[in-house]
Design a protein around this ligand. Sequence first.
Ligand code: PMP
Length: 355
Amino acid sequence: MKEFWSSRIRDMVPYTPGEQPKDRTFIKLNTNENPYPPAPRALEAAKQAVGEGLRLYPDPEAGQLRAALAAYHGVKAEQIFVGNGSDEVLAFCFQGLFEPARAICFPDISYSFYPVYAGLFGIPYREIPLREDFTIPVEEFLGNNGGVILPNPNAPTGIALPLAEVERLAAGNPTAAVVVDEAYVDFGTESALSLLDRYPNLLVVRTMSKSRSLAGMRVGYAVGSPNLIAALNCVKNSFNSYTLDRIALAAAQGSVEDEAYFQENRRRIMDTREKTAAALEKLGFRVCPSQANFLFVSHPERGGKELLDTLRAQGILVRWWGKPRIEDYLRITIGTEEEMEQLIQVLRQTLGRDK
Ligand code: PMP
C-alpha cells in the first residue's frame, strides 16, 4: 500500500471534518455552521451570478470583493487576500509565511487543522499546552519562534484572548509572522485588526462560514500588511491563479453590503448562546466561557462519548474528540432557539433531571 505516494505524506493523518450526514435528518450542532440563512442580498447576488457569464473565468484578483472588504475594514485593497474558505487561506499561510528551518508554535487544544498543515508542508512545530482553565499561556509563545498561529477565540474552547495579549504575541515575535485565526471573532471577541498598523508581522484571517452563514460558498480572507499579503499571492498564483468562483465572489460581496442582517444574525446567535449556557449550567454542566458560536462543555456524571452517543441516538449531532484532557468534553454549535431547547430537553431526560 501507499506505493507511488510521496514519502512526505506517507505517515500523514488527514484532517477529518465533522460528520455531514445524508441519510437522515439530525439537529446538526457538530460543525459550527450558522442555523440562519445567508443575507438576502448575498442570496440575490448569488442568483444573479448564475447565468451566461459563468462561461468566463472569474476575476483572478477578486478586485470588487477585495475593495468591498477593504472599505469595510478601513484598510487598503492590497491588504486583503481572499481564498476558498479560511482553510485555504490558512494553508497558504503555512506555505508562504512559515519555513522548514524554524519551529512555529500553536496551542495544544486548538484547531486540529494546524498540525495537519504543518505535516503536509514540512513545517516543524511546538504545541504549547493550555493552562488548567484552558486559557492560553501567552508568555510561553514569546521569543525566537518561526511563527505563531492561533484562533481567537480559541477553538474548540471558545475562550477569547484579550486584545492586549494578542498584542504581546505580535510584539514578542518580531522576526516571525503571527497569524490570528478570527473564524469566530464576530461572536464577541475584540479583533486584532486594530493592531495591524503597528505590527507588520501580524495577519488576521477571517471566514464567512460562521457569522455570515456562507459555509457552503467557501469564502475566507486575510487582512495584513501588503508585504504579508504579497507572500500569500505568491503562493496562490503558483497554485491556482483564480481565487473564488463567480458565484462565491458575488455572494460574499452581497453579504458585506448587508450590514443590518449581519448584525442581527450574530446578535441572535450570541443571545441563544447565553441562554443555552445558563440552561446547561443549571443541569450541572461545566461550560467554558465562550465568545464563539459554540459551547465547550463537560458533565461530572457522564463521559463525553456517552453523551455524544446518547445525543446522536436522539437525533442530535455534536462534536467530540476523545483526546487527552478533553475526552469528557463536547463542543455544541449554537443552533436556533428551538434546536437548543430540544437539546436541553434531551439532556434533562438523559441526566434524570426531568423527574
Ligand atoms: N479556523 C477555525 C478555528 C475553524 O474552526 C474553522 C472551521 N472549521 C476554520 C478556520 C475554517 O473555516 P472555513 O474554511 O469554512 O472558512
